[in-house]
Every structure is written in C-alpha cells, then in structure tokens.
Design a protein around this ligand. Structure first.
Ligand code: C5P
Length: 226
C-alpha cells in the first residue's frame, strides 16, 4: 500500500509567542525541517505539507532540504483557520494512488521513525486507523471551578500523539461527513463509527506548545544532532 503523510504546520503558535510555530528554529533548522527529516525516514509515497498562508515558500524550502532526491514527492498547500480545516486541505491534495494516510503535527518534530513504522504496520494489518498513545502519568482530577470533585481512573486513559494513520477512503469519508470540530483525527474517525487501534507512542513525540517545550526540544537536538 502507498502511504502519504500530511504534515500540518499551519498553526499560528500563539502559546509559544514566537511567530508561526513550525518555522521557529531548533538549531540551524526549523521545527518543520526536523519533523520532515523523520517523516522521510518512513519512506512515504507522498508528503503533503500544510503551511500557513504566505509561508508556503518557506515550507517548500524546508521540504526540499529534507527530501533530497525525493523532492518530487512533496506537495505544499495552504492551511485553514483550524487544525481540522488544515487537515482537510491536505486531504484534498492527496494523489489518486495513495491508500493509507498518516496525519502528523509538525509541532511533534522529534517523533522517532519507529512510531511511524508502528502506525504503518497497524494499517497493513487491516486496521481502519491507528494512533500512538502514552499512558497518563499524572493523577487526573475532575474539577468544578477551584474545587476537586473527583478522580478519574487513569488506567482507562491514554494521551494521544501523532502520526495518526487511517485508510484513505475512511479518512476522506469521515472528513466529508464531519459537522463538528474535533481535536484530533482519531476522534473524527471514531465518531464516524470506525474502530481505531492504539499503538505505542514515544516520549520524544511530545508537541512543542509552550516556551518550556521549545527549550526541551532544543536541548534534545543539541545533545543528539540530526
Ligand atoms: O496548536 P497545536 O500545536 O495544537 O496544533 C497542532 C498542529 O496543527 C501544529 O503542527 C499546527 O501547526 C497545526 N495546525 C494547523 N492549522 C491550524 C492550527 C494548527 O495546521 N489552523
């Protein structure tokens, strides 16, 4: 099966406060460039980068650097106002012969190739969808205002990461049918009635969201340059 990876990089990076997040530097390379280096290790048949309006050219430059000889596999499209709108723009750019689609946050720029491999393997086994997850390590409280009103059994919980992989037809149909906003693609596909498999995530697949996350990512890259 031919695998496409949609890399969503069209966020504004409001919480980071350093401009569009995917274009912030970790070292001499941007967050997007680091994400793409790992995406290409998964040997995709197509890579769709969803860029913020006006930064399509910068995204293409990063992509060409990361792709090397495989630059023909790269498509750049313009994102939307929400993550969901950005993924939808990426889906519209998929080539006709793609069978499986991985949707990946550029902000999870240090996700190791093994995570991509596990998601792809689950799809090859015939699952409709697969999501990398980590166990929840904190004790989770239910709150009302500033009062703690209960605990949630954390053994029932998992933290979802990306890349999230889906059969192409299922992802397309679910996106076409979606009438609500979902926070990830697995929620949207589950809502459409499909079963999604959980595979092992990785601590390195954390999402760069806050300045502290950026420091962590920069520290990891400085310790083990890629
Ligand atoms: O904001 P957050 O970090 O949760 O976004 C997750 C991913 O979705 C990021 O890689 C971001 O660039 C992308 N995104 C997007 N279009 C938006 C909002 C977020 O591509 N409108």
């Amino acid at each position: 099966p031919r695998v496409a990876v949609i890399v969503v990089a069209a966020g504004s990076g409001t919480r980071l406060g350093a401009g569009p997040k995917a274009f912030v530097g970790l070292d001499e390379h941007t967050i997007l460039r680091h994400a793409l280096a790992r995406v290409f290790e998964a040997a995709p048949a197509q890579v769709v980068i969803v860029a913020p309006s006006g930064l399509e050219g910068s995204a293409l430059t990063d992509a060409i650097e990361a792709a090397g000889e495989r630059r023909d596999l790269v498509t750049v499209v313009t994102g939307g106002d929400s993550r969901q709108a950005s993924v939808a723009a990426g889906i519209r750019a998929l080539w006709a012969d793609v069978d499986h689609v991985l949707v990946h946050d550029a902000a999870r720029c240090l996700t190791p190739p093994e995570v991509f491999d596990r998601v792809i393997a689950a799809l090859e086994l015939g699952h409709a969808g697969a999501v990398p997850v980590l166990p929840v390590i904190d004790t989770i409280k239910r709150v009302e205002g500033d009062l703690i009103v209960g605990v949630v059994d954390r053994s029932e919980l998992a933290a979802a990461q990306t890349p999230q992989g889906f059969r192409r037809d299922i992802l397309e149909t679910a996106y076409r049918a979606a009438t609500a906003e979902f926070t990830d693609d697995a929620a949207l596909v589950s809502d459409a009635g499909h079963t999604v498999l959980a595979v092992a995530g990785d601590a390195r697949a954390f999402k760069v969201t806050t300045p502290a996350d950026l420091e962590r990512a920069r520290g990891l890259v400085a310790a083990a340059p890629v």
